[in-house]
Structure formats: C-alpha cells, structure tokens
Design a protein around this ligand. Structure first.
Ligand SMILES: [Ca+2]
Ligand SMILES: [Ca+2]
Length: 283
C-alpha cells in the first residue's frame, strides 16, 4: 500500500514539475486536447476510494445528481448521475478496476465522471465520464498476442492485467456556452477486448459540425494515419456492444448531461471556485 502511495505521489511530482515548465499563458486549457493531458492523469492516478465524500445530492426529475469531493477539501471532483441514491461510496464507486477473476470490473455504479470548470465561471465545462474497464493498447503489443476467445498464456495474462485501466470518454465545452463541442472517445480493437485507439472529434467553429477528426494510440505522439468518417458521423467500436457512431445526437445527449449537472449545481448553491479549474496543481 505504502509503495503504491509513494509511486503515485512520485508520479504526481514528476507530472507537476513537467507542467511547471510552461508559463500559464502557454497552456490553452480551453482546447480539449491540451486539457486532456491533465484530466487523463487525474483519471489514471486517483486517490483511495476511502477519501471520497458526498458534498451534496440533488434530485432533478427523479434523477439523483451527487457531488463528490475528497476528504479535507471543499471542492467537487466527481459527479454521479444515477437512478438510485448513493449512500455507500466505498461499495458503489470504484476509482480503479476491480478484478472479477481475470476480468476488470468498473464498479457497481458507472454513471459518474471527473468534472472541471476550466474558466471558473461556476459551471462545469469538461467531463471525463467513466465508460468501463479494459486494457489499453499502447503500441507495444507483442506480435503473437492472440485475438479474443483464445486462452492466454500466463505471460500474456500478466501483460493483459498490467494494461487494464478504467475507461473514460472526455467531453468538453471549449467555448463555454453550455454546449458540448469536443470529445476524446475510446475505440475498441475489432479482434480483442482492448481499447485500440482514442478518437478526437471536434466542432472547432462551435456550429455543431465535426471539422476535426483524428485518432491516436496511447499518446498524442502515436497518431493514426487516417480515421474513416462521414460528415458528422464517426464510426467507433464501444466496449461490449456492436459498432456505433459518434453523431451530433450523441453530442446533444452529453450536452443534456452537462446541463443537468450545472442545473443541479446551481440549485445546490455551488458557486465559482467550488469546481476545480484543473490547473490548481500545475504551478
Ligand atoms: Ca465553466
Ligand atoms: Ca460549446
């Protein structure tokens, strides 16, 4: 346990010092790709689940919106949107994958995410929403790693378990008008239950049209050559479901989630400063 805490702490220090190399004006946090690097590290290196606490729950039209923080801090870090009330975070929410046998399990309640208010206007404008638990391909997969349904050797099983993470899809409102205009979304490998790529889809003119679509594997440096997509319809493979499409309707659904969270935040009395900008630990 102590080793894990030290490893996470050391990593946080490394990330912190790397980020301090930049002046504040050099980081355009209002771009999903720039902010993703920070949000991704929050998703990957969470605190222990024991440190979570419920700050407020608001019921809106039968849906429970639960604002969750870390013990010792008044700010909201996580929001859950559920049909049932949350009353035992330790049992209901997992911040890291549990393993049921060899399979990663994302926890009992999965409709939650890390939230940020990048421009500090009191409204959430970036959500990293949990999508499941699975291993991520990072460009180092051995050539003989088998497709799904083939029994793994002990070495392959160790490789699989070591690559398992919680899956998050990152949704952003980059012009702060309350409408989602960008996503960084997972795309599963067609032949195995691994995340193969992450697809960036943006409406950079904020008019609802997708005008920037590209994909990467593991890090932005490892960019895919092309992403086949049609006008405002980007195909992707979800976890454990048939192939699907990212469309303006999918963006609208997430805008509705954003608006629900912000409505619940407003009626709960949350103010400017109650959500993190995400840059607090950068300088
Ligand atoms: Ca905001
Ligand atoms: Ca927007």
């Amino acid at each position: 346990m102590f080793t894990t805490i030290m490893a996470v702490w050391l990593l946080t220090m490394v990330i912190g010092s790397a980020n301090r190399m930049y002046a504040q004006s050099d980081i355009d946090t209002a771009r999903i790709e720039a902010f993703y690097i920070h949000a991704d590290s929050v998703c990957k290196y969470p605190p222990l689940v024991d440190t979570l606490r419920i700050l407020k729950t608001k019921v809106i039209e039968g849906t429970y919106v639960t604002f969750i923080g870390y013990k010792g801090s008044p700010q909201v870090r996580i929001v859950a949107v559920t049909a049932i009330p949350l009353n035992n975070l330790k049992k209901q929410i997992s911040l890291l994958p549990d393993f049921h046998g060899p399979f990663p399990y994302p926890g009992n309640v999965t409709s939650w995410g890390y939230v940020f208010d990048r421009n500090q206007d009191g409204k959430v404008d970036y959500m990293a929403l949990l999508g499941g638990a699975a291993p991520y391909e990072k460009g180092d997969m051995p050539a003989d790693y088998p497709p799904r349904k083939v029994t793994l050797t002990p070495d392959q099983m160790e490789y699989y378990v070591n690559h398992c993470q919680m899956i998050f899809n990152h949704w952003a409102d980059d012009n702060y008008d309350g409408v989602i205009d960008g996503v960084i979304h997972i795309d599963m490998d067609p032949v195995r239950d691994w995340v193969m790529d992450q697809i960036v889809v943006r409406s950079t003119k904020f008019d609802g049209n997708f005008d920037e679509v590209w994909a990467f594997q593991g890090s932005f440096d490892n960019r895919a050559d092309t992403v086949a997509y049609k006008k405002n319809s980007v195909p992707y493979r979800p976890i454990a479901l048939p192939p699907s499409q990212i469309t303006p309707d999918v963006f609208n659904d997430k805008t509705n989630v954003l608006n629900l969270i912000n409505r619940a935040a407003r009626t709960s009395g949350f103010k400017i400063g109650d959500f993190l900008s995400g840059t607090e630990e950068w300088y």
